[in-house]
Design a protein around this ligand. Structure first.
Ligand code: SF4
Ligand SMILES: [Zn+2]
Length: 120
């Protein structure tokens, strides 16, 4: 369940429009295209990453009250702080060995020749 940005009633996250106030919640009437909406007295562009990096060329910029492309800069910053995945120590060692096979081969030959020298 999510909340209607206009009337704050609980609504189905797939709803195309709010059943209480008819506020459109999806763009072009398609449930797969979210329509982001600004709160009262705010503009979406103020906290949109595409406004921040100056890559947006939408005509409603910088006063967009609704937008399909809006991307929250604070959420993006949080995503960047969180690593997508972390490798286990075993995986790190395996990856290192794969990329340094030549070095490991030389090390193996050195150790082998050292052992042969000592035993003779
Ligand atoms: S993508 Fe939408 S919210 Fe973002 S800067 Fe452009 S018009 Fe504003
Ligand atoms: Zn509503």
């Amino acid at each position: 369940m999510s909340q209607c940005p206009r009337c704050a009633q609980p609504i189905d996250s797939q709803a195309i429009k709010c059943p209480y106030c008819n506020n459109p919640l999806k763009a072009f009437g398609h449930p797969g295209i979210p329509l982001y909406q600004a709160e009262k007295d705010e503009f979406l562009c103020d906290r949109c990453i595409y406004h921040e990096d100056d890559s947006c060329n939408y005509p409603q910029r910088p006063y967009a009250k609704t937008c399909t492309l809006f991307r929250d800069i604070t959420a993006t910053l949080e995503e960047e702080k969180t690593p997508i995945y972390t490798l286990s120590l075993k995986s790190k060692i395996t990856a290192w060995c794969r990329t340094n096979q030549f070095l490991l081969g030389i090390l193996f030959l050195l150790i082998l020749s050292f052992i042969l020298t000592i035993t003779n």
